[in-house]
Write a protein of this length. Structure first.
Length: 122
């Protein structure tokens, strides 16, 4: 029976060593998990900060785009006003030219009549 007890004690000692080894491994894993959790928290904070920076940059870009659009719109209105003014001037010039051509047509008609009269007399 002594041998049996010695075998059991040996087996218990072996199991005890394995349990101690597992406890050391579990302790090491717990430390590693804690370290990873700290790194994940740090990365999450960094990502939050970066997302905030991106959101701010997008807001700034939007404000600039709105500002640039307002300036462009004002310039377009200014050019539109100038084009309207130019259209009016072209219309007045067109009317003057029509009037001038009409007077020239009348003069040519008068010259034609006079030439016809001269030809008819001759």
């Amino acid at each position: 029976m002594g041998e049996r007890v010695d075998g059991v004690i040996e087996r218990l000692t072996s199991v005890e060593r394995k349990v101690d080894s597992l406890a050391t491994t579990v302790g090491s894993l717990a430390t590693t998990v804690d370290s990873l959790a700290t790194r994940v928290d740090s990365l999450a904070a960094t990502m939050d900060r970066r997302f905030d920076e991106v959101a701010e940059a997008l807001g700034e870009q939007r404000r600039y785009t709105d500002f640039a659009y307002e300036r462009l719109d004002a310039k377009i209105l200014q050019v539109d006003g100038r084009l309207t003014e130019l259209d009016e001037r072209v219309e007045r010039l067109d009317a003057k030219m029509d009037s001038g051509f009409e007077r020239m047509d009348q003069r040519f008609s008068r010259i034609d009549r006079k030439l016809d009269q001269l030809i008819d007399r001759g």
